[in-house]
Design a protein. Sequence first.
Length: 188
Amino acid sequence: MLISNRFTFNQFDSGVVLVGMDASELQSLIKIHQEPGDSTKGTVAYLPDDVIENTLKAFAINCTPLPGKTDCGPTGRYIAPPTTPGQLGGRVFFRSPSFFRADLSAVKKFQIRESMNLELRMEFLDAFNNINFFVADPNGVVATFPGPAPGLAANNANFGRTSFAYRYLSTTSDPGGRLIQLVARFNF
């Protein structure tokens, strides 16, 4: 959910305004890709660079106003705070990028006796070493995007970028990349 991190008269978030696009177009723009400066920051982008830059301009973050102007003047498509008096923005919900993970295993059983066998197994967790990124903190806590509500605050210098990669630590201590396990099991 996108929020502006600006409050209304009733102290709830005022939402955001989509300029030059609607919610379905915004959803179609969400794809993980790496911008040239992202490798030094340890992040990847999930929105196109023009949307990120114009959104930061709309919120007056990291921008220098043109001579004789008080704002940075975003152009094209962007996400903005509702600044018109009486206007309330919307809370925009979207889906994260697709998730792909292939776990494979190969098993060979050697019969020793009628009731005994030796099983050798090779397991490949994330066999194709595909990195899956989350748009926000997977724990549901807004860690790098400050705000009172769970969501992505568009008024943050890190907006449009993420550093949260998939890790499954509950049972396999999976660090998030390819993991190969060799298992030998004697069944009797």
